[in-house]
Design a protein around this ligand. Sequence first.
Ligand code: KG4
Ligand code: ZN
Length: 337
Amino acid sequence: MTELRLVESGVILGLETSCDETAAAVIAGGRVLSSVIRSQVEVHAAYGGVVPELAARAHDAAVGGVVLQALRAAEVATSEVEAVAVTNGPGLPSALAVGVSAALGLAVGLQIPLLGVDHMEGHLFAGTLAAPIELPALVLLVSGGHSELIAVDSPGVYRRIASTRDDAAGEAFDKVARLLGLGYPGGPAIERAAAAGDRELVNFPRAVVKDGLDLSFSGLKTAVRRYVEANPAAEVADIAACFQEAAVDTLADRVVRAIESGSYSTLVVGGGVGANLRLRERLAEIAYRFGLQAAIPAPALCTDNGAMIAAAGAWRLSMGVPATYLLDVEPGRKLVH
Ligand code: KG4
Ligand code: ZN
């Protein structure tokens, strides 16, 4: 049996600044010693979404303090850090650059290895923080910028099974939240509003993409917009609940079809949308139904954090991936080409 596990590494610092969270974490000996996340929600709330230039400036202002806080909470001295792992893509170019520069400065100053980590591989490794992932695994990666189903056949061997034809799942939550006047960040706002709504009131369309398992959310988004225009007095809670149900159904349907057409030991979820309780419930139920293990990280580990980056970096280091001080920012970095 092969598995993906949190490597029993020396002290590794993970840094994440790809979007709107400045995060740093320390792992060592197969354990997370600290994880500090500074959200930029207040910076972007007035704009209804992430403003890249403001994100970069906020990362710049926060990153030093967040790193120090993570080291202090882990009770390790800077001199004990053996490697720095940092997200170098995908993400907002100027936001990524802040993390990469900070990590480069630390690694050069301490003369320790620097590892560039793929943000989506980080989301996958969040699944290893609680327990090893038995392979082969089917991974649902659902964030603000990506929605994919990936098969992990063996460690580091990824196959893309499906991706989205239009919006990412998180993007759909964010856009519908804006439409409903629920503000940013949209996913948690929809989930909160949906709690008081009737999820069976409106049967929004579940996208069917012919030929394959790809996802699509633009039809659902348009259907919600048309419904709101035609029913201005409708309760926001009900619309949020019905949208959430349709989005989760769409994801659950693809996961079931992927499981039926493959052979997996574990179902993993990663990315911010994985924090959604309705989705978590459905995925747990699907894993149980098909006799798969479920790797569903705690909600705070589904959204962006430094521990997942440290974990992916530790694994890369253990695999002999060369560290380099010539680390490019790769906003369009892809886990599977
Ligand atoms: O992984 P993540 O923190 O950052 C990216 O890599 O993009 O994901 C952020 C996305 C946002 O679109 C946000 O609205 C969504 O995840 N999200 C949620 C929830 N929490 C965050 N979507 C649905 N329900 C949630 N509870
Ligand atoms: Zn993310």
